[in-house]
Write a protein that binds this ligand. Structure first.
Ligand code: RP5
Length: 185
């Protein structure tokens, strides 16, 4: 039964999922300026056929929406939340404070401190409220999605098969790598 929280969540969406089925993974970010980084998570979820949604939920500019999102995430069927933020990156930690779903934090590279501020902010959670923290930037976003796929694959044999195939392909790509001749002194 939809309630006013659902309406609020729909209204606050500024980036929306292209996947019409029940989202299992929520991808949220503090600003549309995080999208260049966070789209790497969305691309991988789409690659694996994982139902997902992507939204802007700013901890500082829309804190009430952040709380509503966190409170509704579990009841709406999400299995994990990937949260990217830059600078004073409070989004992942505040989500984790309001839900017991796994929260995967992605530090977005900030303009002046290159994302070290985001990393320190996200990784330094107090004991008792964990956020699994990934690398700064696109690699972190991609790995957060792969980690979410791993979590879902524990109970989804088809997804586990796809994940093994992805890893095997990656291994073959690495094995096929060649190096150029060294530049003469
Ligand atoms: C954070 O502030 C966002 O996650 C973003 O990384 C950063 C800058 O946001 P904009 O000023 O570009 O909207 O909350």
């Amino acid at each position: 039964m939809p309630d006013e929280h659902d309406d609020q969540i729909i209204l606050m969406s500024t980036l929306s999922t292209s996947n019409p089925s029940q989202p299992l993974i929520g991808v949220v970010m503090g600003s549309s300026s995080d999208w260049d980084t966070m789209q790497h998570a969305v691309q991988l979820l789409a690659h694996f056929g994982v139902a997902h949604e992507a939204r802007v939920v700013s901890a500082h500019r829309m804190p009430d929406d952040l709380f509503a999102y966190a409170e509704q995430a579990g009841p709406r069927g999400l299995q994990a939340i990937i949260a990217g933020a830059g600078g004073a990156a409070h989004l992942p930690g505040m989500l984790a404070a309001k839900t017991t779903l796994p929260v995967l934090g992605v530090p977005v590279a900030s303009r002046h401190l290159q994302g070290l501020d985001s990393l320190y902010s996200i990784v330094q959670m107090p004991k008792g409220v964990p956020v699994a923290t990934f690398a700064i930037g696109p690699a972190g976003a991609a790995n957060a999605a792969l980690f979410a796929v791993s979590l879902l694959a524990l109970h989804d044999p088809d997804l586990a098969t796809k994940l093994r195939a992805f890893r095997a392909e990656q291994t073959e790509t690495a094995r096929a790598m060649t190096l150029p001749a060294a530049t003469p002194l």
